[in-house]
Design a protein around this ligand. Structure first.
Ligand code: PLP
Length: 480
């Protein structure tokens, strides 16, 4: 019989274990070297990189073997990858990751459990349920385990709207699907609109409500919108509130919105993809007060919870609403399993085969503890505030948003641009800093004007790091 370790499927069975160890060590060494190097981006041009990558034969007749494939991946991918752990890699809600989540990935990968049925993930299913129960506790939801890990905020928002629609169709039979709309703010994440399209609604079924200057939904306008819908014989099947908008980190007034939702008997979904991290803050938890009134909640752990991608959750307040979407199949999750107390999480998810991403958050919470998590969150918010104050005191810059979480939007003050094209200058600076590997700044638009953005998720980023960057921008612009 052929030695199984020579088949290329290296990690199979006891024979593969030694080879697994050897190769994993090599992979870890390459990863550690890359981390140690720390360059944010090596500045290679897209043309050179494309040439290198397209040069590699993707359909070799004979494979090159694991070691060589690993070396190639390091040389062509890792070497030119964006270093998310760099203190100024701050363009997006794209986080550095906890060591515990990286460690968890090793176990997740080798075990390769699938979360759909008990017989594919026995211990893992219970781990996931247990952590959902803990999250519900932190939210202030009734005890239980209604909720599931997802690929992220997009999927969680979709699930919220899917269940809300089914709920409405069941409980308000006088309305048909054509009468239904969803109401959210103009700053809501685009996945709300996208989910509506996936649910078979057209564009006009997403009704957006104006925001104040800070990016929070105007509650009186929301009230008016809900009243107006009635006169048009339309029915809102859900209100989506945002706890931390993607661009400016604005947090809607959830207490006030919950009251309106109650009054109009409308499902409230809270998109807390970003702001959900405040559940673990000491100083700023009050900013998301009212989240517990939501019928469903989106949480995203591959943002400020510092987990490796993918890692998110959907949490449903009343578990019996899960029956609106759950299905059973004889070959996967037969009714009898449930009667015998087995856990088949497929009934709670819109995915079938699914990763055990919950282990990452599980290990991070166990390892770091809620106290230190709170310190990390508070640190980032305090840092953002300090940066905002610094921008206010500088004649060179203009602060654009009021910082509510860790996002700081700013521009070069128009008086410093000396009639030069603002859009071009801001874009040029961001690109230059990226190519030099100094910083990754977001480029966005507020009130019609191009704006730079820092999303300060990294708890190791210091005020000095940011100040040096701002000084550098000032120097570059003055030199131009
Ligand atoms: C990031 C984000 C999402 C989407 O989450 P993904 O994990 O990228 O799918 C949804 N809503 C808000 C407010 C977000 O910031």
């Amino acid at each position: 019989m052929q030695n199984r370790s020579q088949t290329g499927l290296t990690a199979i069975g006891p024979i593969g274990a030694e080879q697994y160890r050897t190769l994993m060590r090599q992979a870890v060494d390459l990863a550690a070297d890359w981390l140690h190097d720390g360059t944010m981006y090596d500045g290679i041009t897209i043309d050179t990189l494309r040439q290198q990558i397209t040069h590699i034969d993707m359909l070799p007749l004979d494979g090159v073997g694991d070691e060589q494939a690993l070396q190639e991946a390091a040389q062509y991918f890792l070497k030119h990858a964006l270093q998310v752990h760099h203190p100024l890699c701050s363009a997006h809600l794209h986080c550095p990751t906890t060591l515990s989540s990286q460690l968890a990935e090793v176990l997740i990968n080798i075990a390769n459990q699938s979360m759909d049925s008990w017989d594919q993930s026995p211990s893992a299913s219970l781990f996931e349920q247990h952590i959902i129960t803990a999250l519900r506790h932190v939210i202030g939801y009734p005890t239980g385990d209604a909720g599931v890990f997802t690929s992220g905020g997009t999927q969680s928002n979709f699930m919220g709207l899917l269940i809300a629609r089914e709920y409405c169709l069941k409980h308000c039979p006088e309305y048909t699907k054509n009468d239904l709309v969803v109401v959210c703010s103009s700053q809501a994440h685009f996945s709300v609109q996208q989910s509506m399209l996936l649910l078979g609604f057209n564009e006009s079924a997403t009704v957006t409500v104006e925001c104040d200057h800070g990016g929070r939904i105007l509650v009186d306008k929301l009230a008016q919108t809900l009243n107006d819908l009635k006169t048009k014989s339309k029915r809102a099947f859900a209100i989506v509130a945002t706890a931390g908008t993607t661009d400016t980190g604005a947090i809607d007034d959830m207490n006030a919105i919950a009251q309106l939702a109650q009054q109009h008997q409308v499902w409230l979904h809270v998109d807390a993809a970003w702001g959900g991290v405040l559940l673990f803050s000491d100083k700023y938890r009050h900013r998301i007060e009212g989240i517990e009134y939501a019928d469903s909640i989106t949480l995203d752990f591959h943002k400020q919870f510092l987990q490796t991608i993918s890692c998110g959750a959907f949490v449903l307040k009343e578990s019996n609403n899960y029956t609106l979407i759950s299905r059973h199949d004889d070959y996967l999750n037969p009714i009898e399993d449930e009667e015998e107390g087995l856990v088949n999480l497929v009934a709670k998810s819109i995915q079938t085969t699914r990763r055990f991403d919950a282990l990452k958050l599980w290990m991070s919470l166990r390892s770091i503890g809620t106290k230190k998590y709170a310190q990390m969150v508070d640190y980032s918010i305090d840092l953002a505030k300090k940066v905002a104050d610094h921008l206010d005191s500088s004649p060179f810059f203009e602060r654009v948003n009021e910082t509510q979480i860790a996002s700081v939007l700013f521009r070069i003050h128009p008086s410093q641009l000396k009639d030069r094209d603002s859009t071009k200058i801001h874009r040029f600076i961001a690109q230059l800093l990226f190519d030099q590997g100094r910083a990754n700044l977001g480029v966005t638009r507020r009130d019609g004007h191009v704006t730079l953005k820092m999303t300060l998720l990294n708890p190791h980023t210091t005020f000095d790091d940011v100040k040096q960057l701002l000084d550098n921008i000032e120097y570059l612009v003055n030199k131009m």
